[in-house]
Write a protein that binds this ligand. Structure first.
Ligand code: NAP
Length: 312
């Protein structure tokens, strides 16, 4: 079915993390005047981190939010249009695609999906009830409120270790609860955590329940080997157990595997011609800011070539 062309864009990009903003930069520099719908959590996961030490070009590290601000500024310099809106619906059944943010509607000749991933929760009793009252997934956002208190961090990856280290700035003590007997985090992060006297590790242990009335008072944990439960006194529980890709908008429209959008590696082509995927919404392995940025670049170049082949 032929659709109206009144608000038709060459490239619509969903998401404004490193993947979305790098796609915007490249598409803008290719004169495609991309439209970026920044999404609910504009700037993506780097907005929730402190120092980024592994993004090339910043030998003295850079704060996550500062890096994102720079990326946005750089994309904006080349006529990318960035809107503080989140797509609420997409229709990929015909081209140009339909993209909606509430009542607002655009047509997209190509679409770059860079919607990233969101924090996973444990799903234990007390977690939902006490979210925002001690239960958090963002140490950099909420750590400050726990000055002089003991805290618990759940998880064994880089995020958990990074959060634990950060929280020692405020907390009297940070207990990392991990379900296995060894960390998944990188060696350098592990070494830093083991050297930090304020951090304790509780191994082979899972959270059973978060306790507290108006605020977190303790975290009930269970040793997976013995089955014994213990209450760890704590004013907060920071959950850092990974992320789920933000793909609900595309269910039934794009091919997915375990919630991630499938792309035709090494390209960023999805199962629908003209739709491309980049960043954490695609990446099951690396999930780094720099790999997301790299994929954003590839997606913009793929979109550019696709449009060129169609004579745009
Ligand atoms: P991750 O590497 O997937 O680690 C998730 C951790 O949570 C794992 O230790 C996992 O246990 C545990 N976990 C998962 N589900 C759980 C559950 N239901 N209950 C209890 N524990 C659970 O996730 P991440 O730490 O968020 O890191 C994601 C990516 O970002 C990684 O590639 C990481 O390197 C990167 N990152 C890098 C930095 C840095 O370089 N500074 C900082 C943050 C993140 P198992 O180990 O048993 O699976």
């Amino acid at each position: 079915m032929e659709r109206s062309v009144a608000d038709e864009r060459n490239v619509v990009i969903l998401g404004s993390g490193p993947a979305g903003l790098t796609a915007a930069l490249y598409a803008a520099r290719a004169n495609l005047r991309p439209l970026v719908l920044k999404g609910v959590d504009a700037g993506g996961q780097l907005m929730l981190t402190t120092e980024v030490e592994n993004f090339p070009g910043f030998p003295d590290a850079i704060l996550g939010p500062d890096l994102m601000e720079r990326m946005e500024k750089q994309a904006g310099r080349f006529e990318a249009e960035l809107l503080h809106q989140a797509a609420t619906r997409v229709d990929l059944s015909g081209r140009p695609f339909g993209v909606w943010a509430g009542d607002e509607e655009w047509r997209a000749r190509t679409l770059i999906v860079a919607t990233g991933a969101s924090a996973k929760w444990l799903g234990v009793p007390g977690e939902d009830r006490l979210r925002g009252r001690g239960v958090s997934s963002c140490a950099t956002c909420d750590g400050f409120f726990f000055r002089g208190e003991p805290l618990v961090v759940v998880g064994g990856g880089d995020s958990a270790v990074e959060e634990a280290i950060f929280l020692t700035r405020f907390a009297t003590k940070v207990t990392v609860v991990h379900r296995r007997g060894e960390l998944r985090a990188s060696k350098i992060m592990q070494d830093r955590a083991f050297a930090n006297e304020k951090i304790d590790f509780v191994w082979n242990t899972v959270v059973d329940e978060v306790l507290g009335d108006g605020a977190v008072q303790a975290v009930r944990v269970k040793d997976v080997t013995s089955g014994a439960t213990t209450d760890i006194p704590s004013a907060g529980m920071f959950v850092a157990i990974g992320h789920t890709p933000n793909t609900s908008l595309f269910e039934g429209q794009l091919e997915m595997a375990e919630g991630f959008i499938v792309v035709e590696e090494p390209t960023t082509r999805t199962s629908v011609p003209g739709a491309f995927g980049a960043g954490d919404v695609v990446d099951v392995i690396y999930r780094q800011a720099i790999t997301a940025a790299g994929m954003g670049c590839k997606a913009a170049m793929d979109a550019e070539r696709f449009l060129e082949a169609e004579g745009h």
